[in-house]
Design a protein around this ligand. Sequence first.
Ligand SMILES: NC(=O)c1ccc[n+]([C@@H]2O[C@H](COP(=O)([O-])OP(=O)(O)OC[C@H]3O[C@@H](n4cnc5c(N)ncnc54)[C@H](OP(=O)(O)O)[C@@H]3O)[C@@H](O)[C@H]2O)c1
Length: 317
Amino acid sequence: MEYIRLGKTDMKVSRIGLGAWQFSGDAWGAIDYQTAKEVVAKAYEVGINFFDTAAVYGRGRSEEFLGRALKELGLRGHVYIATKIPGEWLRRVDILVAVENQRRRLGVDAIDLMQIHWPACWHNTPICETMKTLEELVDRGAIRYIGVSNFPLQLLEHARKCLSKIDIATSQNRYNLVEREADKELLPYLRREGIALIAWSPLAKGVLTGKYTPDNLPTFEDVRRNDPLFTRDNLARVLPLLDELKRLSAKYGKTPAQIALNWLTRDPLILPIPGAKRPEQVIENAGSVGWKLTDDDWKTLDRLGWEISQKIIYVTY
Ligand SMILES: NC(=O)c1ccc[n+]([C@@H]2O[C@H](COP(=O)([O-])OP(=O)(O)OC[C@H]3O[C@@H](n4cnc5c(N)ncnc54)[C@H](OP(=O)(O)O)[C@@H]3O)[C@@H](O)[C@H]2O)c1
């Protein structure tokens, strides 16, 4: 495993992290505690030391599973935990309660990275109220760093201005070969400012592994049932990219998932956090690190992914 410094933090994190939304029980189908523990154990064994979860994942269940697994495996204090507060709880009074609950579920005194899961779209909470509360919690030692997620660039800039003692360290956004909105203005800004991009859905929820195609439509009853990326038309649009991923797989002796993740890790500021439902997926995803696509192959893949991303239609009715 390789390690990088995460954005504006002192955290030396593994080149890929592990997404723990899969432990939520509702969104991704039933994953029992034992399986979640095996996934966490395998992740640590292959060198992964950065775990991403959120309060809303299974209404605390993902945080609970992660905290319990780390305790039972003796890993508390040996890994970094990033979690999130939902956009509905961004008033000061709510944040104070939420963070106490999260520390309890995770079994830690200080949460390494607290991210705002999405902007306050329902309650109109002023952004500076939220940011100043998080800064206060850094002062008190309840959280170590602050991150945002799914913020448009203008709101991120505004949020930074609310802080006086600490800067926003990371921005977590949807980013993978075929979902490339961040390329337009966010990513260039983050690069200029030294803020890390934590890439969610780095495998496009499994599409980039090549196992879901128009002829093999997913049948699952999970979060992907309503994801527009999984319509027959969009999966058809992705096919040329899957062919390229297969070509590169053969050339490098890697799997399509490993190629897709390696494309992301070329930039030292990007941290992919693939979710995994089984230990074997963790092992495979960790195999995306420690080697490099050639410049030409990276550029071909990059261009093809971008072209396809512009053809994806998210409107479903
Ligand atoms: N900030 C946010 O708003 C936000 C939003 C979404 C996610 N996230 C975070 O980002 C993490 C990752 O995103 P994601 O879960 O949406 O998508 P993802 O990582 O792109 O896809 C994960 C899914 O792909 C499949 N998979 C993973 N590795 C595989 C492999 N090696 N071979 C074959 N299939 C594999 C698994 O599902 P199957 O086996 O069922 O195909 C797995 O559940 C989440 O766990 C969460 O922590 C954050």
